[in-house]
Design a protein around this ligand. Structure first.
Ligand SMILES: [Zn+2]
Length: 77
């Protein structure tokens, strides 16, 4: 076991994806993601969510979008 644990990685996942973490903080989390498929899945969920939200902001957001995102998150777990 190197880098950091699941709890730490997941607590910082959202900031990592948004590019809000300092480079020194990213390293251990990226290392963890490389080793831990569960956290990679979690990262994928956050990335999909981030992309979906960005798309929603670019155009008129359908009222059902939030529902769609929540449903797809449930399917993954
Ligand atoms: Zn993990």
């Amino acid at each position: 076991m190197s880098g950091c644990g699941c709890e730490h990685a997941r607590a910082n996942l959202e900031e990592l994806i948004r590019g809000e973490l300092r480079e020194g903080d990213c390293g251990p989390i990226r290392e963890h993601l490389a080793e831990c498929s569960e956290c990679r899945d979690e990262q994928q969920v956050f990335e999909n969510l981030t992309v979906a939200v960005r798309r929603a902001c670019e155009g008129p957001a359908p009222a059902s979008l939030r529902e769609t995102i929540i449903t797809s998150l449930r399917d993954l777990h």
